[in-house]
Design a protein around this ligand. Structure first.
Ligand code: CTP
Ligand code: MG
Length: 217
């Protein structure tokens, strides 16, 4: 069981003086929380971190400082999230059975969610992702005109960690435009399952999210 931690984004919407993974959350950089939690998980054997260009060294030092002995490699990420995950996957050995991909931007990673996605694989399932029901009514629009009201019961907001049969993810993750790994596997015809998500898996996107996430720690 391998984990790829996607931490290579620039954090443009946060607009800080450094990449999002190295923004302070409490006493530590944001990356520390998800890294330590993956390292502590009994479901994960080894971790590959995708770091922003020029931040590989700080990422390695942070892993050492935290005593994260499962970190096997730290790669330089790519231009998009899909590129970063692919570059990380290249460091996962061919005999790995399962790869769990997680966003460093979602620091509040509970081990129970890792367990849910990992144990949902098998029986023909190629992937498993955490999802939450959508509380609001969702419309599809063209400009400001509503063209469709979507059936809410059929919608889920999906999160990471996302678990995949390693070979299936490797084969599916071509191209750069996937906003999540599941989309690549779905498009390749893979069977991806949704399991119960966790509202604490908030993604830090803008400055307000930092306070919300800090309150959950
Ligand atoms: N990510 C990555 N490599 C990229 C882009 C994103 O590894 N080239 C990672 C981010 O580090 C983050 C996750 O993918 O953990 C989700 O991306 P997002 O929240 O969009 O982060 P950023 O791309 O950094 O933020 P922004 O889009 O505001 O620039
Ligand atoms: Mg982004």
């Amino acid at each position: 069981m391998w984990a790829v931690l996607a931490a290579a984004g620039s954090g443009e919407r946060l607009g800080a003086d450094r990449p999002k993974a190295f923004i302070r959350l409490g006493e530590q950089p944001l990356l520390a929380e998800s890294l330590a939690r993956l390292d502590a998980s009994g479901w994960i054997d080894a971790i590959v971190v995708a770091a922003p260009p020029d931040w590989e060294e700080p990422a390695i030092l942070l892993a050492e400082e935290l005593g994260c002995g499962k970190v096997s490699a730290c790669v330089t990420g790519g231009a998009t999230r899909a590129d970063s995950v692919r570059l990380g996957l290249a460091e996962v050995p061919p005999d790995a059975a399962v790869v769990v991909v997680h966003d460093a931007a979602r620091p509040v990673l509970d081990d129970a969610v890792i367990e849910r996605v990992v144990t949902a694989l098998g029986n023909g399932w190629d992937g498993a992702v955490p999802g939450l029901p959508v509380p609001d009514t969702v419309k599809r629009v063209e400009g400001d005109r509503i063209v469709e009201t979507l059936p809410r019961d059929e919608l889920r907001v999906v999160q990471t960690p996302q678990a995949f049969v390693a070979d299936v993810l490797r084969a599916a993750l071509t191209g750069s435009d996937w906003t999540d790994c599941a989309a690549a596997v779905e498009a390749a015809g893979g069977r991806v399952r949704v399991v119960e998500g966790d509202p604490r898996l908030l993604k830090v996107t803008d400055a307000g999210d930092l306070d919300r996430v800090a309150a959950l720690l």
